[in-house]
Design a protein around this ligand. Structure first.
Ligand code: NDP
Length: 237
């Protein structure tokens, strides 16, 4: 499986969960992979040791740090923006600073990272953001702010796909449904409720999301752009 041999790959925010699976997949495919993390240093170092990828500490909420990190990787073939946070709760009592930080990480950072990467990205490069099926369906209370951030990614990928399409660069959102991770454990208190919305009543595994990212980023993904690739067990059906 050498589908990314020689490719310069940067994955943002992936010490754990879906992002770590994406790092594993691109590294297994032969890519020259670097990834960022914010707080989970031990997990990031373990992932780097396991995969041979390079771990870089960079907080996506810090625009200058984020842009410097992206610029520092040179001409990328693939940028995957996975870093995300989830703040749920009654909008009347939710902490406004936490909501704004989520918007920084889930909305501002993907935009600035994508634009910075595109300055030097090679022709036929790939930009992928990990969105969410909650951009299309928010079937429970307390998720307005999170859904807002993921819906914003839909507008971003549609627009940037047109901005960079003349260079063969594709821009897409992968929209998982419930996926087993620290953010959303398969055995967590919300699991049964989430499965009740699904046709296939289980959490996805992170490696299932990573495999879709590899397809979109790979040679067969050249005509997929400006699109939402939903992988949700029918959550949004
Ligand atoms: P986790 O909480 O398990 O992992 C989040 C990852 O993002 C961590 O590696 C974390 O690194 C990194 N991260 C968070 N904030 C920052 C930051 N400010 N700067 C850099 N890195 C950061 O989440 P998941 O793996 O579940 O989610 C990954 C993505 O998938 C998110 O965008 C999420 O919204 C999306 N998603 C997840 C679903 C799910 O059910 N799990 C469903 C739909 C979408 P560190 O620990 O070092 O801070």
């Amino acid at each position: 499986m050498n589908d990314f041999a020689g490719k310069n790959v940067l994955v943002l925010g992936c010490s754990r969960g879906i992002g770590a699976a994406i790092v594993r997949r691109f590294a297994k495919g032969g890519g020259k992979v670097a990834f960022t993390y914010a707080g989970s240093r031990d997990a990031a170092e373990a992932l780097a040791a396991e995969t041979g990828a390079e771990a870089i500490r960079a907080d996506s909420a810090n625009r200058a740090e984020l842009i410097a990190t992206v610029a520092g990787r040179g001409a990328l073939d693939v940028l995957v923006i996975n870093a995300g946070t989830l703040v749920l709760g009654d909008p009347l009592t939710l902490d406004a600073d936490s909501v704004d930080r989520m918007i920084d990480v889930n909305v501002r950072a993907p935009y600035h990272a994508s634009v910075e990467a595109a300055r030097t990205m090679k022709d036929n490069g790939r930009i992928i953001v990990i969105g969410s099926v909650n951009a299309d369906r928010m079937p429970f209370a307390g998720g307005a702010a999170y859904a807002l951030t993921k819906s914003a990614m839909q507008g971003m990928v549609r627009g940037l796909a047109r901005d960079f399409g003349n260079r063969g660069i594709t821009v897409n959102s992968i929209q998982p449904g419930p996926t087993d991770s620290d953010m959303n454990p398969a055995e967590g208190p919300m699991a049964a409720t989430m499965h009740s919305f699904m046709a296939i009543k289980r959490h996805a595994r992170a490696d299932e999301i990573a495999e879709l990212a590899a397809y979109v980023a790979g040679p067969h993904g050249a005509m997929i752009t400006g699109s939402m690739q939903t992988i949700d067990g029918g959550f949004g059906a």
